[in-house]
Design a protein around this ligand. Structure first.
Ligand SMILES: NC(=O)c1ccc[n+]([C@@H]2O[C@H](COP(=O)([O-])OP(=O)(O)OC[C@H]3O[C@@H](n4cnc5c(N)ncnc54)[C@H](OP(=O)(O)O)[C@@H]3O)[C@@H](O)[C@H]2O)c1
Length: 309
C-alpha cells in the first residue's frame, strides 16, 4: 500500500482533515454510539443486523447516492466517496440518523492518481474491511470525436476505466484472501454496442462489461461475486454533465429514477447475479444488439443519439 496519510474511515478513527494536495480530502466517520446496529423498525427486513461494509464511488448524487440509501436501509455500513464533500457529509448525516449505520466520508477526485490508494489505505489498510465495492462514479461526453474535448475524454477514461480497474485490484485481493466479497460495477446499456457521438463513453462502458464478466469467472473460485449493472437512460445529473439535454434518449416518458435503478442493482449484487440490465425495454434492446449485424449498429445508435429540435 502506498500513500501514508494515516487516516481511517472506520471504527477507531476520528473526523479529521487530511491535507490539500491532489485528491485531498476530509475523512470523517460515524459516531460510534451503537452505530453498527440499525434502529429497529427503520431498516430492512425486521431490523436485521448489518450485512457488512460497502465502499461506494460517486455517492454524492444520482445512482450512487441512491445505492448508498438502499444499502443503508438494509443495514449496511458505508464508506462513501466523490468530489463534493458537502453533499457527502449531508448524505452521511441523513443515513446515520435514519438508519443508525456507520458512514465514513472520503472526498476526492478519482481521476487523480493516488486516490484509489488513499481509499484502500483509509479502509483495508486501517483495519476497516470492505465487503462490497461499488464502482459507480462515471460520466459521459456528447459530441463528434473530431470536435470533442480531448482532456475531458482522457479524464473520462481515467475515471470510467482506470479507477475502476485499480479499485477492483486493490479491493478484490483482500476479499479473495477472506474467501468472500462482492463487487458491483456500474456499466451501461451503452456497453452492448459502439456509440457514435459518444464514442469514448460507449467504449469505456464496453470495457467495464468485458472486464467484469471476465473477473466474475476468475473470482468464482475465491468466493467473490462480480455483478455488472447496466442502466439505460436514467434520471440523474448524468444528462446535463454529458451535455445531452436535447437527447431523445432522455426525453421519453419512461426514464426511470436513480432510486429505481439503484434498488435493482443492489438486489442483483446481493443475489450474486452477473449482468443486470435494468428495465424490460433495455433488456430487449441489449439482447437484439447481440444478434444485429455489427456493421449496421453504429448507424442505428447514431440516429437514436442525434439531438433534435
Ligand atoms: N444516468 C444515466 O442515464 C446512466 C445510464 C447508464 C449508466 N450510467 C452510469 O451510472 C453511473 C452513475 O451515473 P449517474 O447517472 O448517477 O450520474 P451523476 O448523477 O452525474 O453522478 C455521477 C457521480 O460520479 C461522481 N464523480 C464524477 N466525476 C468524479 C471524479 N472525477 N471523481 C470522483 N467522483 C466523480 C459524481 O460526484 P462529484 O461530482 O461530487 O465528484 C457523482 O457522485 C456512471 O458510471 C454512469 O456512467 C448512467
Amino acid at each position: 500500500m502506498s500513500g501514508g496519510r494515516g487516516s481511517s474511515a472506520g471504527p477507531g478513527s476520528n473526523a479529521g482533515q487530511t491535507g490539500d494536495g491532489p485528491g485531498s480530502a476530509r475523512e470523517t466517520e460515524a459516531p460510534r454510539t451503537g452505530a453498527d446496529r440499525p434502529k429497529s423498525g427503520r431498516t430492512g427486513a425486521m431490523g436485521t443486523p448489518p450485512r457488512g461494509r460497502a465502499l461506494i464511488t460517486g455517492a454524492s448524487t444520482g445512482i450512487g447516492e441512491e445505492i448508498a440509501r438502499e444499502l443503508a436501509r438494509r443495514g449496511w455500513s458505508l464508506v462513501i466517496t466523490a468530489r463534493s464533500e458537502e453533499r457527502l457529509a449531508s448524505l452521511a448525516a441523513e443515513l446515520r440518523s435514519e438508519h443508525g449505520v456507520q458512514v465514513g466520508v472520503i472526498a476526492g477526485d478519482l481521476t487523480q492518481a493516488g486516490m484509489p490508494a488513499r481509499l484502500e489505505e483509509a479502509t483495508e489498510g486501517s483495519g476497516v474491511p470492505i465487503d462490497l465495492l461499488v464502482n459507480n462514479a462515471g460520466f459521459g461526453h456528447y459530441g463528434e470525436f473530431l470536435e470533442s474535448d480531448l482532456d475531458r475524454e482522457l479524464a473520462m477514461i481515467q475515471l470510467n476505466v482506470t479507477a475502476v480497474t485499480e479499485l477492483t485490484k486493490r479491493f478484490a485481493r483482500p476479499m479473495a484472501e477472506r474467501g468472500r466479497g462482492r463487487i458491483l460495477n456500474v456499466a451501461s446499456t451503452a456497453a452492448f454496442q459502439p456509440g457514435p457521438l459518444m464514442s469514448v463513453y460507449y467504449a469505456t462502458k464496453a470495457y467495464v462489461l468485458s472486464f467484469s464478466e471476465a473477473l466474475r469467472q476468475e473470482f468464482r473460485a475465491h468466493g467473490v461475486t462480480v455483478t455488472t449493472l447496466c442502466p439505460g437512460p436514467t434520471s440523474s445529473e448524468f444528462q446535463s454533465r454529458a451535455r445531452m439535454e436535447q437527447s431523445p434518449l432522455f426525453n421519453r416518458m419512461s426514464v426511470p429514477s436513480s432510486a429505481t435503478v439503484a434498488r435493482y442493482g443492489v438486489d442483483a449484487t446481493l443475489a450474486g447475479r452477473g449482468i443486470a440490465v435494468q428495465g424490460l425495454m433495455n433488456r430487449i434492446l441489449a439482447t437484439l444488439s447481440r444478434f444485429a449485424p455489427r456493421s449496421i449498429l453504429p448507424g442505428i445508435v447514431r440516429r437514436i443519439q442525434e439531438k433534435r429540435g
